[in-house]
Design a protein around this ligand. Structure first.
Ligand SMILES: Nc1ncnc2c1ncn2[C@@H]1O[C@H](COP(=O)(O)OP(=O)(O)O)[C@@H](O)[C@H]1O
Ligand SMILES: [Mg+2]
Length: 236
């Protein structure tokens, strides 16, 4: 079998003082896949995404991203590895409010030389990469790019967050319930844009949500309870 983009083996994780939340014998995400992982609120989706980024480390077992076991890296190296290879779209978007739209989108290229290099190779410059990604996502107005992030609507913030995740073509784009604030039509349109841009960048997509109605849009869907032996039986 070829190398998986993500591979979990015998992963066990508990928050301090709590019962095990995640007990996942095996999970793989292949390069190029768009996977929908569903689970109710509180089932451990965001915790799992933190483990994939090396923000949290498992008590037992391993998280491998692109063949690298995250726990084998020191904290600084793990942080660099994450920003080099992963783009995150957070549930609350986590844009830096005092930075402009453009500065927010370009941020990963300031922390990652490899993403800056890929952005330049594909678009000529990091500035051009941000401009083109935002235009593809429906934010083409130059005045918009200069605005502070805290002056945007929710739908605009979401698209800025997506452009920030995609810039510099990380191998993996992770989306943590990024559509919960949108109505159904806007949700589907946003996911289709995300697919197009991930495909164009060659990025795999791991999208988590409690919203089951999104599942049919994806190549593959799974419920966290199917993977997780620590899940309450009612979730299965
Ligand atoms: N930083 C944390 N410290 C302690 N417990 C946490 C922390 N983050 C999440 N939890 C607990 O872990 C469980 C799963 O949370 P979470 O991963 O956020 O689920 P989901 O994203 O599926 O809603 C919840 O019981 C939550 O209270
Ligand atoms: Mg969550």
């Amino acid at each position: 079998m070829s190398q998986a983009l993500i591979e979990l083996r015998d992963l066990l994780f508990a928050w301090p003082g709590q019962a095990p939340l995640l007990d996942i014998p095996q999970f793989r995400l292949e390069a190029g896949e768009a996977l929908f992982l569903k689970g109710p609120s509180g089932s451990g989706k965001t915790t799992l995404l933190g483990l994939l980024g090396g923000v949290n480390l498992p008590a037992q077992g391993s998280v491998r991203l692109l063949g690298q076991t995250l726990a084998e890296l020191g904290q600084g190296a793990r942080d660099r590895f994450r920003v080099d290879h992963t783009g995150y779209i957070f549930q609350q978007f986590n844009l830096l409010p005092f930075l402009s739209v453009r500065e927010n989108v370009e941020l990963p290229c300031r922390f990652s030389a490899s993403r800056a290099k890929r952005a330049r190779q594909r678009h000529g410059s990091v500035d051009q990469a941000a401009t083109q990604l935002l235009a593809h996502l429906g934010l083409a107005d130059p005045a918009m790019l200069a605005r502070r992030a805290d002056s945007l609507s929710i739908g605009q913030q979401q698209r800025v967050a997506a452009a920030r995740a995609l810039i510099g073509q990380p191998e993996l784009v992770i989306a943590d319930e990024p559509t919960s604030a949108l109505d159904a039509d806007t949700r589907e349109a946003f996911i289709r844009l995300l697919f197009d841009e991930c495909r164009a960048a060659g990025s795999s997509l791991l999208f988590v949500s409690h919203d089951q109605s999104l599942a049919p849009l994806f190549d593959r869907h799974l419920s966290l309870a199917e993977l997780n032996r620590a899940a309450a039986p009612r979730e299965a």
